[in-house]
Ligand binder design. Structure first.
Ligand code: PAJ
Length: 284
């Protein structure tokens, strides 16, 4: 596997690929787990060449968030990607991607109000930082397709919107959330949980499933479902940030024409902010 640390080596590598090679990009922040590797598997199935990027993107973290302590496990990540049969990993430093510093540079503005709701409400600027780095990676690598996880459902909707709005010639592929045996969605941030928090963490997904069943069975008072789910989370020791039931295609409120609902939740367990979601089809 090629480990590419700068733009010159990246371009040298890409320039030597056969001109008809189909290239898939899997953007990550590293600390890879089985969720990331399922994106890699999907990419391998759809493309000739799989390139994974590992970059903890400073501009998507607000001051006081976990940029400095975000787990960085490059050696283990490289081993996992080698074992997974990935052809190349792009692993730039902050200076490589932001040579003029992270202040004052051009940013892509993610679609509003999408970027200001849900996670965007408590993390201002987060999604602008995400779409800016994804746009940079698309420009640098010019992949045919890019693979993202449904785990970060709002991010996926916002990236699809950026690709449509800015006419990026990149196909966006999504992959279902990979979970621990107890249902907790895999996440690099799960390592922040202590043993007692970890034991309770799967309650977030149980709550999504309970509400999902009610929505599938025709319950329609979304505000009441949301409020009682938040209360159940509080009773289990979480501090909920949001719990919403929305149209899965647009993240707008459900309407008569909605075909799928997505139930999205973010909640703190101690200092750790967990997010998860569940998509359910709606009775016609
Ligand atoms: P990161 O959190 O490392 O996630 C990289 C990709 O893996 C994202 O598309 C995310 O949705 C997916 N992923 C994470 N956990 C998953 C799970 N349990 N099951 C399936 N997929 C999962 O998301 C980011 O990085 C960054 O914001 C990034 C897009 C790389 C831009 O910096």
């Amino acid at each position: 596997m090629q480990v590419l640390n700068n733009i010159e080596s990246l371009h040298h590598y890409l320039g030597r690929l056969p001109s008809n090679a189909r290239v898939a990009l899997v953007p990550t922040m590293g600390n890879l787990h089985a969720g990331h590797l399922s994106l890699v598997d999907k990419a391998k199935a759809l493309a000739d060449v799989v390139l994974v990027s590992i970059f903890v993107n400073p501009i998507q973290f607000a001051p006081g968030e976990d940029f400095d302590r975000y787990p960085r496990t490059e050696a283990e990540d490289i081993k996992k990607l080698t074992d997974a049969g990935v052809q190349a990993v792009f692993l730039p430093t902050v200076e490589v991607l932001y040579p003029d510093g992270i202040e004052g540079g051009t940013r892509v503005m993610a679609s509003r109000p999408l970027a200001e709701m849900l996670c965007g409400a408590s993390r201002p600027g987060h999604f602008d930082g995400v779409v800016t780095v994804v746009a940079k990676l698309f420009n640098l690598i010019q992949p045919d397709l890019a693979v993202f996880g449904e785990k970060d459902f709002q991010q996926l909707v916002i990236i699809r919107r950026m690709v449509a709005d800015l006419n990026f010639p990149v196909e966006i592929i999504s992959v279902p959330t990979v979970r621990e045996p107890d249902g907790l969605a895999m996440s690099s941030r799960n390592s922040y949980l202590n043993a007692e928090e970890r034991a309770r963490a799967a309650m977030l997904y149980s709550c999504l499933r309970q509400v999902g069943e009610q929505v599938e069975q025709g319950a329609r008072d979304m505000a009441a479902l949301e409020a009682s789910a938040e209360q159940r989370l509080r009773d289990s020791g979480f501090v909920p940030d949001y719990f919403r039931i929305l149209d899965a295609d647009t993240l707008a409120p459900l309407h008569d024409g909605s075909r799928r609902a997505v139930i999205l939740a973010a909640a703190y367990l101690g200092h750790t902010r967990l997010i998860d979601n569940l998509v359910v089809s709606l009775p016609a």
